[in-house]
Design a binder for this molecule. Structure first.
Ligand code: G3H
Ligand code: 13P
Ligand code: ZN
Length: 318
């Protein structure tokens, strides 16, 4: 059952966070649905601009519609991840997406406000909600490092009021990919939860979103490297931090890199151990199982696991 992102946020706020997982192909899609059902979690399936280009946006849409039929118990929203203005309008027009993200955080404040306002107007006219971003992601020690900028809570209040966006991606020290924190002797790594706390106090009930939330497990990277990979100095967000975020008004936690690591580990190990094999389905089946396991584990950490029946009951009544 496809529901709106806003409906999921309302039920989750302050209790748990919903996993938002990127898909690019069939195996990820099937593994994603299986993992969420195994852990009984509502979820958000998200599509990036890159994913829409990789195959064709119509394949992704078709796969999601098929998955909805194959897994009728699943409850999920469909979201555009990191959209520019043009892609947002395309998704809004399509009528398929529950929500879009306009990522104008790299522009200065006034321009971010203006772009976000335009997208919000178009989206709200069609009943679609909008995630915007304020601040810039990256590994940080201070408030600003290079192009990295933590979200300013007072600016967040002004931004939300002026744009009337429905959720806000906040920069609290995470970054995309497998290399989130540079370890430096004597320096404490970690996320700036005080920013989340301040925003929650100033905007009570307003959903926040955390990007760059993969944990980049060392065990996974070690297995990849033992099977021929060369991933050095990787680091991610400790899973306990995700659990904490979910209780603080972060309603959506974006995870993509951890899924890519599962894909890489499964394929590297498979072809290392079975050099005579060449049927893509042999390895595809293993990937889908392992991906589903990873998703189920994430949902346990996020606190969304076990909430599926309750969410379905609440949303079926409407
Ligand atoms: O934050 C970006 C997501 O990980 C999607 O990545 O743009 O390479 O599809 P992508
Ligand atoms: P990761 O790279 O940490 O998985 O973050 C994904 C993300 O933020 C997608 O928007
Ligand atoms: Zn992101």
């Amino acid at each position: 059952m496809i529901v709106t992102t806003a409906q999921l946020f309302k039920l989750a706020y302050g209790r748990y966070a919903i996993g938002a997982y990127n898909i690019n192909n069939l195996e990820q899609t099937v593994g994603l649905f299986k993992g969420n059902l195994a852990s009984k979690a509502p979820f958000i399936i998200q599509i990036s601009k890159g994913a829409r280009k990789y195959s064709d946006k119509r394949f992704l849409e078709g796969m999601i519609r098929a998955a909805e039929e194959v897994f009728p118990e699943a409850v999920f929203a469909v979201h555009l991840d990191h959209g520019d203005e043009e892609t947002c309008y395309d998704c809004i027009k399509s009528g398929f997406y529950s929500s879009v993200m306009i990522d104008a955080s790299h522009y200065e404040f006034e321009q971010n406000v203006a772009i976000t306002q335009r997208v919000v107007d178009a989206a709200h006219a069609k009943g679609i909600s909008v995630e915007a971003e304020l601040g810039q992601l990256g590994g940080v020690e201070e408030d600003v490092v290079g192009s990295v900028k933590l979200t300013d809570p007072d600016q967040a209040v002004e931004f939300v009021k002026r744009t009337t966006c429905d959720s806000l991606a906040v920069a609290i020290g995470t970054s995309h990919g497998a290399f989130k924190f540079k370890a430096e002797p004597g320096k404490k790594l970690g996320l700036h939860f005080e920013v989340v706390e301040k925003i929650k106090a100033k905007l009570p009930g307003f959903p926040m979103v955390l990007h760059g939330s993969s944990s980049v497990p060392k065990s996974e990277v070690d297995r990849i490297n033992a099977a021929g990979g060369k991933i050095k100095d990787s680091s991610g967000v400790p899973e306990e931090d995700l659990a904490k975020a979910g209780k603080m008004g972060v309603c959506k936690v974006n995870i993509d890199t951890d899924g890519r690591l599962v894909w890489t580990r499964v394929h590297r190990e498979f072809f290392r151990d079975k050099p005579d094999k060449f049927d893509l389905r042999d390895v595809g089946v293993i990937f889908m199982e392992e991906y589903a396991k990873m998703i189920a584990g994430k949902n346990q950490m996020l606190g969304s696991a076990g909430h599926l029946d309750e969410v379905r009951a609440a949303l079926s009544k409407k």
